[in-house]
Write a new protein. Structure first.
Length: 72
C-alpha cells in the first residue's frame, strides 16, 4: 500500500475536484464516526477519518477522504 495521506486540520484551506471542476473551501472538522451530509453517509472511523469541508463559492458542505483534498 502507498503512503497514508495527511489529514487536514480544522480551518485549513483546501481544494478538491468536483464534476464542475476544482473547488476551494475550508475544513470544518475531521469526522471520526459515521456522519450524514446531504443524504450521503460517510463511514468514517478513528483509523480512517474523513473531512467535513465547506465550499467557499456555494457554502455547501461535503465529506471527503483526506486523499481527495489538497492544501491550498
Amino acid at each position: 500500500m502507498g503512503k497514508t495521506p495527511k489529514t487536514p486540520k480544522a480551518n485549513e484551506k483546501v481544494t478538491w475536484d468536483t464534476p464542475q471542476g476544482k473547488t476551494k473551501g475550508t475544513v470544518e472538522k475531521v469526522v471520526t464516526s459515521t456522519t450524514k451530509v446531504k443524504g450521503h453517509t460517510a463511514k468514517a472511523t478513528k483509523a480512517e477519518p474523513q473531512v467535513l469541508v465547506k465550499s467557499d463559492k456555494s457554502g455547501k458542505k461535503a465529506v471527503h477522504k483526506p486523499g481527495e483534498l489538497k492544501k491550498g
